[in-house]
Ligand binder design. Structure first.
Ligand code: ASP
Length: 322
């Protein structure tokens, strides 16, 4: 029998430190994405439709490091990665190093649905997008003043882009369970600040940037990609759940292992088939929001958990007091 806790959707806006002046933007962004995706689930829509909707909205929001607002590589260019996974069939689709596309997650979904492959990269991904009728956008239209400013700062000889990014991430992701008990995840990112040209991170790698399995649950991750990949963080957390741990304990022990074993910080959102969910992080902050039983939950700092009725007219734009 299906749980009365369904449907549920959880969204994150990246692990790290959100500068004070961007806190409200980040929290209202994840809240409105969760609210919109929840509307899809309540209307009987699928978990895949819900996670792609949430992540598309966050890609279109310049406050996050995905789609418009993506961080720049060392050449001042954008190369984005995205992943979706369907927990019913274990089908997945991903794109890496894509440049001229506003919504890499939608392209990742097409890779899953329309090709026999799991990941397309760079020029091949662009050709596929063209064949699917996805409009090309100029890379400049995805670059914000903020991302250009951070790129320039990190070109200085004494800069440490990885340290700097541990301060200010903004990768986005969503996990959901629909009324039929189907589970899905989606994750999208511009990657790491001033990364090498051609660098591909954890996000499009199944098991690292995300994983979904109707029998266990789903996870979407964020944090330093090179360390997330070393512990295959998303699959590690689901493994912990298979061993009987709760969504919260499994997420915390996955993040703790990543910290102790490879000195990495990050964040995750996790659901199980009953609709239990968690938003956990070892970084200073992670903007997150969840929608379940007509209640919107959200937070930014460790230990924070605000709630309000989803139908509250203010609910999609809560006043976050930094
Ligand atoms: N995991 C992403 C990457 O390494 C970055 C992030 O989550 O902020 O590409």
């Amino acid at each position: 029998m299906l749980s009365d806790m369904l449907p549920v959707v959880v969204v994150h806006g990246g692990a790290g430190f959100v500068p004070r002046q961007r806190s409200e933007l980040s929290v209202s962004g994840v809240c409105s994405a969760a609210g919109s995706a929840y509307g899809i689930l309540k209307g009987g829509g699928s978990s895949m439709d819900a996670v792609v909707n949430a992540v598309t909205l966050l890609e279109n929001n310049p406050a996050f490091n995905a789609g418009i607002g993506s961080v720049l590589n060392v050449r001042g260019d954008i190369e984005m990665d995205a992943l979706v996974m369907d927990g019913k069939t274990l089908a997945s689709g991903a794109v890496s190093a894509v440049r001229n596309i506003a919504n890499p997650t939608q392209l990742a979904r097409l890779v899953m649905e329309k090709t026999s492959h799991a990941c397309l990269t760079a020029e091949g991904a662009s050709q596929f997008a063209r064949a699917m009728g996805i409009p090309e956008v100029p890379v400049e239209s995805l670059i914000t003043d903020y991302s250009r400013m951070r790129w320039q700062k990190n070109l200085a000889a004494d800069a440490n882009p990885v340290e700097c990014q541990m301060g200010k991430m903004g990768t986005v992701g969503a996990v959901a369970v629909d009324t039929e008990g189907n589970i899905a995840c989606a994750t999208s990112t511009g990657g790491m600040l001033n990364k090498m040209v051609g660098r591909v991170g954890d996000t499009p790698c199944i098991g690292s940037g995300g994983y979904a399995d109707n029998n266990i649950g789903a996870v979407s991750t964020t944090g330093h990609g090179e360390t997330i990949m070393k512990v295959t963080l998303a699959r590690l957390i689901l493994f912990n759940m298979e061993k009987g741990q709760s969504v919260e304990a499994a997420s915390d022990s996955g993040l703790a292992l990543m910290k102790s074993r490879v000195d990495g910080l990050g964040g995750v959102i996790t659901v199980d088939p009953q609709g239990h969910w968690a938003a956990r992080f070892s970084s200073l902050q992670m903007a997150w929001a969840a929608a379940q039983s007509d209640t919107l939950h959200y937070g930014l700092y460790t230990g924070e958990h605000f709630t309000q009725n989803i139908d509250d007219p203010e609910s999609h734009y809560p006043k976050y007091k930094a």
